[in-house]
Design a protein around this ligand. Structure first.
Ligand SMILES: Cc1cc2nc3c(=O)[nH]c(=O)nc-3n(C[C@H](O)[C@H](O)[C@H](O)COP(=O)(O)OP(=O)(O)OC[C@H]3O[C@@H](n4cnc5c(N)ncnc54)[C@H](O)[C@@H]3O)c2cc1C
Length: 646
């Protein structure tokens, strides 16, 4: 099915509007006055690399020109490595990022504006191939192209998955050396290491298990409305317990107000902001190149990664830079497998299809790609419950509300511009158990329902996440939702059994890879998602949420009739509307070689030397939650593994 390319131009993206952009510049200036003192911050490709093809220059490999570690991609994980590795003065580190810094980009700092980065120069603007399970639609896959990567453009929700997810990661390594370090007991220290939880005066929350000294500030500084409050109460009314903290060793089940990566001044905490501080950038052993696209990793005859090639544009000069110890791939779950394939590491059939010389055959590269898929149900609300009135003003009164919101943000960093939209998260199990039974499941066949395959990491872990937002949108906010007042309950499939691939369209490094997550291609995935959509409808019809809704409003974009439809009808609607929740993972997973692994428990790529992967692609299985936190923790652990080694 053809997608509408024109919609990519309609940057209404939750239509935060020009006011947010204007205030953003101010907010940024206020928040980082001192950064202008940094002497040299970012470098250009030609200031660091040696031109490829220029024999004199290539062979004049002065020790000074090389780095111990060359990090490919300056994203979420890479910023952690840049910081942690350069606290060792004997390590010389280079980061090469295709995008630029997010420090001066207001949409990367103001929480409410995050979707404005999508389909701009700050986005890789990927699309999937047609998805059979989604009525052959091609789905947009935003990936932020900027220092901090997706942590600079994500929805700011702080969640770490379930403790059992990590125990399963360790189990999947089947006793390999180092496997136990990935189990929750060992990995927990890295989940805490990156965080400093900042208590909010109005949101009581136990802090025993929250991080206290990490660079990343978390807390409850996002905007919170009565819709969020009502959602929590409705969840409780149907048996989903309210828990003050879903990020602890006790597990993640239940409903809670969403903790965020927003600081007390109302600004996004990306990993660029947290880890690449002025002091870190000033370290003499760190250099960061921006606006440079890595096209290939080079290997010597002993299959050792010796450096990378990179360029600023397709037809521009190509440069090389050497890595004495390691090349570290941190280009994310799409670009990491793409770069491996372009460099001759991957399934032989895939490499030969594009006439790429094989450095090392590795069947798992680009396989096992998993993502979370989400279905948004929209319901009409009574006036006053819709954040859109601040962010997308339609009349003079609403414009005044927006002006007030802008002023509030500028003065004290609070108010509607700190919304990240998803105010609450509820983690539930619908494959079995009481809720599962209620929506069509059964724990054994004698109960008449269908027993589902259990794809979770343990009996106490979720398979579905429900979220609530006092806004309504389609196509990631790129389609105008012209209803005066509406809210959304989102249903996310957390443990899909469908998985797919990242492959090459051609051997041209500037061509976008083929992304095929194979969404909703198993019976399990569709069945669980349909149960979740029924749960969304049930929540909307449970007090106090029920009273917030205005059932009299009729509009084809609204879903209050969804609950009256048959499973087959809901299935059809889900296939026609489900979208990515932006969590691609596992495309270069840590697993045994015979299980399709790409890296071992030290994150070193099998079969070659001097090449490690540190990003969301190494997750052995996708966590039952959000992926930024686990990725940051993976990078924290990787930094220790690397320091141990040298
Ligand atoms: C819109 C959106 C909303 C999300 N919401 C949340 C949320 O609320 N909470 C949460 O926990 N997670 C969320 N996520 C997911 C989470 O942010 C990601 O899983 C995580 O940040 C991925 O980190 P990474 O290091 O693997 O990759 P990235 O952060 O994507 O970093 C990869 C970096 O490599 C660079 N790069 C790629 N290829 C090249 C190349 N060839 N040369 C040079 N540089 C290159 C990229 O530009 C990028 O900077 C969201 C993601 C998105 C996009």
């Amino acid at each position: 099915m053809r997608r509408s390319r024109t919609s990519t131009k309609v940057n209404t993206a939750l239509a935060i509007g020009a006011a947010a952009v204007a205030v953003g510049a101010t907010a940024y200036a206020l928040s980082s006055k001192s950064s202008s003192k940094t002497a040299k911050t970012f470098f250009k490709a030609n200031e660091i690399g040696r031109p490829v093809g220029d024999q004199d220059s290539e062979s004049s490999s002065k020790d000074d020109d090389e780095f111990d570690f060359v990090i490919v991609g300056g994203g979420t994980a890479a910023m952690v490595l840049a910081n942690r590795l350069t606290d060792r003065s004997d390590f010389k580190v280079l980061v090469i990022e295709a995008g630029n810094s997010g420090r001066g980009v207001s949409a990367a700092r103001i929480p409410a504006a995050f979707s404005q980065l999508q389909r701009t120069q700050h986005d890789w603007s990927y699309w999937t191939v047609p998805q059979k399970g989604c009525n052959n639609r091609e789905l947009p896959w935003t990936r932020t192209k900027m220092l901090g990567g997706c942590s600079s453009g994500n929805a700011l929700m702080f969640h770490l998955g379930a403790p059992e997810d990590y125990d399963k990661w360790a189990r999947l390594q089947k006793g390999a050396d180092g496997a136990e370090g990935w189990a929750y007991k060992g990995f927990k220290k890295y989940l805490q290491k990156f965080e400093t939880f900042v208590p909010h005066p109005e949101v009581p929350c136990p802090t025993e298990e929250r991080g206290k000294t990490g660079p990343v500030k978390t807390g409850y500084f996002g905007f919170f409305t009565d819709t969020g409050k009502a959602f929590i109460s409705s969840c409780e009314a149907i048996g989903i317990p309210h828990v003050p903290d879903v990020n602890t060793s006790k597990g993640t089940m239940g409903v809670t107000r969403t903790p965020t990566y927003i600081d007390p001044q109302g600004r996004r905490v990306s990993t660029e902001a947290a880890y690449l501080t002025r002091e870190v950038l000033a370290r003499p052993n760190l250099k960061v190149v921006c606006g440079a696209h890595v096209t290939k990793i080079r290997f010597n005859d002993s299959k050792r990664a010796v450096g990378v090639e990179f360029a600023e544009k397709k037809d521009g000069p190509v440069y090389f830079i050497g890595a004495r110890k390691e090349v570290i791939l941190s280009a994310g779950a799409v670009n990491t497998p793409q770069i491996l394939l372009l460099s001759g590491i991957g399934p032989e059939s895939e490499l030969s299809k594009h006439s790429i010389p094989v450095i090392h055959p590795l069947p798992g590269v680009g396989q096992h790609l998993v993502d979370h898929i989400v279905f948004n149900s929209s319901f009409p609300t009574r006036p006053g419950y819709h954040t859109g009135r601040f962010l997308r003003p339609k009349n003079a009164w609403q414009k005044l509300s927006m002006a007030r919101a802008v002023a509030q943000y500028m003065i004290n960093g609070t108010g509607p511009l700190t919304t990240h939209t998803q105010e609450c998260m509820a983690f539930v199990r619908l494959g079995d158990g009481e809720l599962g039974r209620k929506f069509g499941g059964a724990s054994d066949e004698s109960e008449g329902g269908e027993v589902m395959e259990d794809s979770t990491s343990g009996k106490g872990t979720p398979d579905v996440e429900m979220m609530v937002s006092p806004l309504a949108w389609r196509d990631h906010g790129h389609k105008i939702f012209d209803i005066p007042e509406a809210m959304t309950i989102s249903t996310t499939l957390l443990r899909p059994t469908s998985n797919g691939t990242v492959t090459l369209k051609s051997a041209d490094p500037w061509e976008k890879p083929l992304i095929d997550p194979c969404y909703l291609t198993t019976k399990h995935d569709m069945e669980i998602l349909v149960r979740g959509v029924r749960l969304a409808h049930e929540l909307a019809n449970t007090e106090p949420l029920k009273s917030i809704l205005d059932q009299s409003v009729q509009h084809p974009l609204l879903d209050h009739a969804l609950g009256t439809k048959s499973n087959a009808e809901i299935e059809e609607i889900v296939r026609s509307r489900a979208e990515t929740l932006y969590h691609p993972s596992c495309s270069a997973r840590m697993a045994l070689l015979e299980d399709g692994g790409v890296v071992d428990t030290r994150l070193q790529v099998y079969g070659v030397q001097g090449l490690r992967i540190v990003d969301a692609s190494v997750q052995p299985e996708i966590v039952s939650g959000h992926t930024a936190g686990p990725t940051i923790a993976i990078a924290e652990m990787a930094a220790d593994l690397i320091k141990e080694e040298y």
